[in-house]
Ligand binder design. Structure first.
Ligand code: SIN
Length: 280
């Protein structure tokens, strides 16, 4: 049986808009299989006009892909601890997610994906950028790939959620815990995607502190090179939100960046995060 789902790619590296599906009702197995395949093929997929999606419907859709994460440092929505209310008020200077990152890489078992729903968007600005880390890996030289193949890196929330970190600083509508000593976990620098088998870089500027067994200073030049390389525009796409839009990205193989270019306006999003597996 075929469904009415249509797929329109958004950019050369990653990203596709999906049409013909209503996420307020439960998906058929056929729809689920097609959405899963599009997610694996495009790394981030977008749905438009999903108006009045309730927290229960949001969680039900996300739960088709795995168990839901409760953020250790940011308070969830009242009655729905698995949902983060990502709000920037007109008076806030900083936004949540305003730097390249992969969600929850600071956990021992990081996130599979995140599903972000737009409740209120600014008149202009507030787009989200995405960058494919498998494309970034593919574009490296064989020599660099060889060198990275045995390396691991240390990830932690300590920088982002410490008193000076962007995510912990005052945003009037979001409660974050300030972390003194967040745990550190090691993940391979080159990760194999558990479903596609593709290799990709698995480090990010927000949560990766250094290479395992090296000092911060020793790690800096190579990390800086890889961070620069990984956000090259060849590997990116950009999504313009509308009220009712929903994005579902794969944290195992892409980064994202919430642009902070709408001063004085309000933006209100809601995110479910799906637990993943231990990187290898
Ligand atoms: C996030 O990093 O999860 C937030 C992305 C966004 O608000 O666009």
């Amino acid at each position: 049986m075929t469904s009415k789902i249509e797929i329109a790619p958004l950019a050369g590296a990653l990203g596709a808009e999906i049409y013909g599906v209503d996420l307020t009702r439960s998906l058929t197995n056929q729809e689920f299989a097609e959405i899963m395949q599009a997610f694996l093929d495009y790394q981030v997929i977008f749905f438009r006009d999903q108006h009045d999606l309730t927290p229960e419907q949001h969680k039900a859709f996300a739960s088709r892909f795995g168990s839901l994460n409760v953020h250790p440092y940011v308070a969830g929505m009242a009655g729905h601890p698995e949902l983060l209310e990502i709000i920037k008020e007109p008076e806030d200077k900083l936004n949540f997610g305003g730097g390249w990152h992969s969600d929850m890489s600071f956990l021992e078992v990081p996130a599979l994906g995140s599903i972000l729903y737009a409740l209120e968007v600014p008149q202009y600005g507030g787009d989200t950028l995405f960058a494919s880390q498998s494309k970034a890996y593919d574009a490296l030289s064989d020599g660099m790939k060889d060198m990275l193949s045995g390396l691991s890196a240390v990830h932690s929330a300590s920088r982002e959620y410490s008193a000076k970190g962007a995510s912990a600083q005052a945003r009037s509508s979001m409660q974050s815990t300030q972390v003194q000593e967040a745990p550190e976990y090691e993940h391979p620098v080159v990760r194999t995607h558990p479903q596609t088998g593709r290799k990709g870089l698995y480090i990010n500027p927000a949560f990766t502190l250094r290479f395992s067994g090296m000092t911060k200073r020793e790690s800096k030049s190579l990390l800086d090179f890889l961070f620069d390389h990984s956000r090259d525009e060849r590997f990116t796409c950009r999504f313009r939100w509308q009220k009712g839009s929903l994005a579902f990205w794969d944290n195992r193989c892409c980064w994202h960046y919430a642009l902070n270019d709408y001063p004085g306006q309000r933006r209100h999003m809601r995110r479910a995060t799906i637990n993943g597996d231990k990187p290898y």
